[in-house]
Design a protein around this ligand. Structure first.
Ligand SMILES: [Zn+2]
Length: 241
């Protein structure tokens, strides 16, 4: 099992239980997270770092992010667009600018993108469609069924990240049924989105097994087969051995 999206920054002193997992991809929301992820990856080789700046952190400096990059980094993100009602036009422009810089960076360093998209699907599809040969994951995919095909039609190679809310949001089952089996990866988004039966508590990477379990029920396949398919996807996308 692989948790392809967890926020574990600043949790150096805590014991992070990951014995059951092959890897945990450490997603970054800001420069501080990015630095922490690189440090955490030294503790355990199963912890693999991403670096990136989330659209809510538009004041973080991109040039500093670029300098943080080294060979250990498996992905750029999470980055993207968050166009909630409180975000004004100037901020939207800044988000787009910062996102484009991270897209170009991902091309330059040949690493996939971890994309955060909230209330910005049309803009997201338009921007991603402008670049050739991008690869990445639409993290915590909550778009409708009908948008899945639009992402699949983009140039490049796109995956869908599904989280613990699959265990309690009925509509997401239909979404999962419509994602091609070779384009699905699973995440916890720890410490958020805790799956049933631990909903309401703090999430941790090992709870990704409940998301695997749910997918195996939806696919009507054994846990082992489900795990093999999904782990192959994650290894292909993030170039893990
Ligand atoms: Zn996240």
């Amino acid at each position: 099992m692989i948790d392809t999206h967890a926020h574990l920054s600043s949790r150096f002193s805590e014991e992070i239980k990951i014995e059951d997992l092959d890897y945990v991809i450490l997603a970054a929301s800001c420069l501080l997270d990015s630095k922490d992820n690189l440090e955490l990856s030294k503790i355990n080789k199963k912890l693999v770092p991403a670096i990136g700046i989330h659209p809510q952190e538009i004041n973080d400096d991109f040039a500093t992010l670029e300098k943080l990059y080294d060979d250990r980094v498996v992905a750029i993100g999470e980055c993207g667009l968050e166009f909630t009602d409180e975000v004004n036009e100037v901020e939207k422009k800044k988000q787009i600018e910062l996102f484009r810089k991270q897209i170009v960076m991902s091309q330059n360093v040949n690493r996939p993108l971890i994309v955060h998209s909230r209330q910005a699907s049309d803009e997201m599809l338009e921007i991603l469609g402008e670049y050739k040969n991008l690869r990445g994951v639409i993290h915590c995919y909550s778009g409708r069924k009908k948008r899945i095909q639009k992402y699949l039609n983009l140039p490049g190679e796109w995956y869908f990240g599904i989280d613990g809310n699959l265990t309690y949001e009925i509509g997401l089952e239909e979404v999962v049924k419509n994602i091609p089996k070779d384009r699905l990866i699973l995440e916890t988004d720890s410490p958020y989105l805790t799956p049933v039966p631990f909903r309401g508590e703090k999430n941790c990477p090992e709870y990704v097994k409940y998301v695997y379990q749910k997918v195996s029920e939806i696919w009507q396949m054994t846990f082992e087969t489900t795990e093999r398919i999904i782990d192959d996807n994650a290894k292909r996308l993030f170039n893990l051995v």
